[in-house]
Design a protein around this ligand. Structure first.
Ligand code: CTP
Length: 401
């Protein structure tokens, strides 16, 4: 959830600043880009070196470095952030934030930030309960900032009560949930197919193709990152999935893929059919291994059911259906014919005439054509980047339904 998110961690002068080290570490581990801004007093509790090492960025403390003459641009920092997390937030800093004071860099960044701001108070129980502090917290909430509630327990003063900074793990989980809520495909169920199908000739032989499954797996990963619940129906492939939002169903043949798709499509908001489904399958599958006898062997083949076309026939008006076309000539016209014939919302065309496009490699070059024949031509990119383009288009199509 936090992958590639830009997060500013603001650290104030409290004994709870020691927890900021773990907080920064957990955020970085979750894939976030973290920059730390400290109040001058915070540096008495935890060294900037600790936090710069963990965040992999210089720590910001002063507006102006008198030795280097460098000026720290608080506006740029505020604009860089997707989220600002002030933890620990002291009574003093909360009071200044609530009243718009700006006598240190952290406060200037706070005032410049346009992103959601979360604050995790840490102080002694009587300071926390004081009407002045509670008033400041109410003000900050009214400004749209989000309180991460203080916990109850033994405090640094030796007293017992409310005022402990929330644990770093809790803060990260809370932030992950907040990020999740903003994802464009949250609550959507998407069916993705990937890989080849194997059509058995006998117990040891099959007709297959060179599809690696990379494109379909990249799409599944990308859509899961956008918040969707994915059912990935995969033909035989060496690809692996890690997201817990991907439910993988392995199949072998076109017939098995058809059955799985028909079942799963009923509950799906969209389907992206990227599998290279065999167009023909043996009429009969020999029950024993075929022995070599004659100088030639003829295998009778029959057409498989076109899964995409079948889904196009049963598609509800609010479902989005996306297919792929791999062409070698008259590419766009053939792709448009498939879009219409199979009742698709979008066809993704790759041409075997483009270097780096197609089945096996890590790159692809696609053109997307929608029902209104709007055409988007993309550059050669990694399959992961192509999957991101497909994700954007899918969000657009679902929003237009
Ligand atoms: N497809 C499918 N079921 C099949 C065959 C293909 O669902 N039995 C899907 C593929 O997953 C892909 C799209 O259809 O999304 C490809 O279209 P298709 O008509 O199969 O292309 P070609 O096999 O290349 O057809 P043609 O030989 O007509 O070009």
């Amino acid at each position: 959830m936090l992958k590639d998110k830009n997060i500013i961690v603001g650290v104030c002068g409290s004994i709870a600043a020691y927890k900021s080290a773990l907080l920064v570490r957990l955020l970085v581990k979750a894939g976030a880009n973290v920059q730390v801004v400290m109040t001058p007093d915070a540096a008495n509790f935890i060294t900037p070196l600790t936090l710069s090492t963990l965040s992999k960025h210089p720590v910001h403390i002063k507006y102006f470095d008198t030795e280097s003459g460098e000026w720290d641009n608080h506006v740029a920092l505020g604009l860089w952030a997707d989220y600002m997390l002030i933890a620990p937030a002291t009574a003093n800093t909360l009071a200044k934030m609530a009243n718009g004071l700006c006598d240190n860099l952290l406060l200037a960044v706070y005032l410049s930030a346009k992103c959601p701001v979360y604050f995790a108070p840490a102080m002694d129980l009587d300071m926390w309960k004081h009407p002045a502090t509670q008033n400041n917290v109410s003000k900050l909430k009214a400004y749209g900032n989000v309180l991460i509630p203080a916990g109850t327990g033994e405090l640094a003063s030796g007293l017992y009560g409310e005022g402990r900074m929330a644990e770093p793990e809790e803060i990260v989980t809370l932030l992950q949930h907040e990020v999740q809520k903003t994802l464009p495909l949250i609550g959507k169920k998407i069916l993705v197919t990937a890989g080849p199908t194997y059509e058995a000739i006998d117990p040891v032989r099959f007709i297959g193709n060179h599809s690696s499954g990379k494109m379909g797996f990249a799409i599944a990963d990308e859509l899961a990152d956008l918040g969707a619940e994915i059912t990935l129906i995969a033909g035989p492939t060496a690809q692996t999935t890690i997201s817990r939002h991907i439910n993988r169903i392995d199949v072998n043949s076109a017939a098995e893929m058809l059955d799985a798709c028909l079942y799963e499509f009923q509950n799906a908001d969209a389907c992206i059919m990227s599998a290279a489904v065999a167009d023909y399958t043996p009429v009969e599958v020999a029950s024993q291994k075929i022995k070599k006898q004659e100088s030639s062997l003829n295998i009778g083949l029959k057409k498989t059911t076109d899964i995409l076309k079948t889904l196009g026939e049963i598609k509800r008006t609010n479902q989005v259906l996306i297919g792929f076309a791999l062409e070698t000539e008259n590419e766009e016209q053939y792709a448009i014919d498939k879009l219409n014939k199979k009742n698709l919302d979008l066809i993704i065309l790759n041409s075997l005439n483009d270097d780096g496009a197609g089945f096996k490699g890590d790159t692809n070059k696609v053109t997307m054509i929608d029902r209104l024949l709007n055409k988007s031509v993309f550059e050669l990119k990694s399959k992961t980047a192509v999957a991101a383009d497909i994700g954007h288009k899918l969000v657009e199509l679902l929003n237009s339904k």
